[in-house]
Design a binder for this molecule. Sequence first.
Ligand code: NDP
Length: 509
Amino acid sequence: MQSANEMPRYPLFINGEYCEPASGEYTQVINPATGDVVGEVAMGNEADVDKAVAAARNAFDNNSDWRRMSPEKRGKVLKQCAQIVLANAQELALLEVSCSGGTLNRVAGMDIMAVADLFGSLGDEVTQFPFVEALPTRPLPELVNTQVWREPIGVCSLITAWNFPLLLFAMKVAPALAAGNTMIVKPAEITPTSTVRLVELLNTVLPKGVLNVVVGAGSVVGEALTLHKDVDKVSFTGSTSIGRHVQQNAALTMKRVTLELGGKGPGIVMPDADIERVAYGALWGVYMNAGQACESGTRLLVHEDIYDEMIQRLKEVSEEVVVGNPMDPATGMGPMSTETHYNKVMQYIESAVADGAEIVTGGKRADVAGCEGGFFVEPTVIVGVKNDMKVACEEIFGPVLSVIKYSSLDEAIAIANDSDYGLSAGVWTENVVQAQQIARDLRAGSVWINDWHMMRTDAPFGGYKQSGYGREFGKYSISSYVETKSVSTSFERNPAAKKMHKIVHTKLA
Ligand code: NDP
């Protein structure tokens, strides 16, 4: 769709069709690399949420084609979804890059593949999922057969963040669909375009009302989706503070909740680690998506014996990273998502200096030719960081690595775990046996040994502590979208033979 000024327009998509927002209002979508307006997106409100929830409710309760469909058939549709993603990869990647600032290298080379893989692999997984499980029949005191059924939860509110719009979409939508739910997606209002388009595309193979999208402010649409009495489950990715609020809203009607929140990933560099591998790997761990990833490796704990050598190499490798226009294949790191976010990242860097740490490279605004309207931060390495400094405690969400010196392994593990977060953690060492032991002591949902961002679409992903709960990816994610029911059948026809009945029917012979 296009507006009067020829701008691409993204309305809401409810019950199988595009529809105008109740408010009639649209807002601009900005390319964070250039400051250019790349589209207009509908601003939904509570009335739109009511409409979308009613459509999803109807598709679940009344039309029910989707939830009653056999897992094999749903699996086939999920595989069609994967094909749709691949067939439209270029358009989706360009939409995503132009509103999120993620590099084309990353979106085309990683995210789109992962999105297709999530739909495709869950298409297989759903055929093996134990939707019905038979428990051993118990002969005594009477013949009873019990089955365990796993059923879709119902209508799901799926709220995603701006940093990986398509990937976060697939991490929630694919398992929610696999389990037979219906849903309303709310992308971040600053990065909605790829999500709205993909919802339209997927609706060509899904029954009406199963997959809906309502864009709008989190404080309006997100709030309504987490409070609505006809919503059964909320899955949220975003900040820990809003996650906490979402949990409180959901508690009012006991909605099931999955929360994927912030992180402050510690990587322990052992004295035997390969300096070269750590330099490239740890910086990949923090600079991917310019540090705007929850599971980034943002604290690097380096043993005192190799500290100086490590810092020197981190500085050199960091200075090789190309900051530039995300559309350029030579670019390794793009912009911050917004000016506000840029300012927040710069304030964190300033706080580190004020707290007594030292910037060995970066720390300033990066100028990118042709992208004067964008907000780029230089790849930044800060050393001499103590774990109680603000840069080591709080999620910066920018290209900033905090390096902390340690003397003993016990101290390193204590520092690593001394965080409110527990999403990712890692170990860099040549001794993989010891690494396994360290992994056991690290309180995080994912532990990566000798690399970072080793997320697999078939391995569970999620947080310990205030990084949230519930798991995404693979068969573990289907489990987050089912209710468990036990169905028992008695085969004893004679009331007198039912021993339990005699507790009440004491005269029964
Ligand atoms: P938020 O937590 O505010 O946003 C995440 C999603 O929640 C967005 O879709 C947002 O909508 C929505 N939302 C906002 N308010 C509510 C509400 N009251 N009820 C329901 N949904 C709501 O993250 P920000 O974008 O503000 O980022 C702030 C910080 O959070 C970042 O700097 C980073 O530290 C962290 N973060 C962590 C992420 C992760 O992957 N775990 C992802 C993104 C951010 P909308 O934006 O449209 O208002």
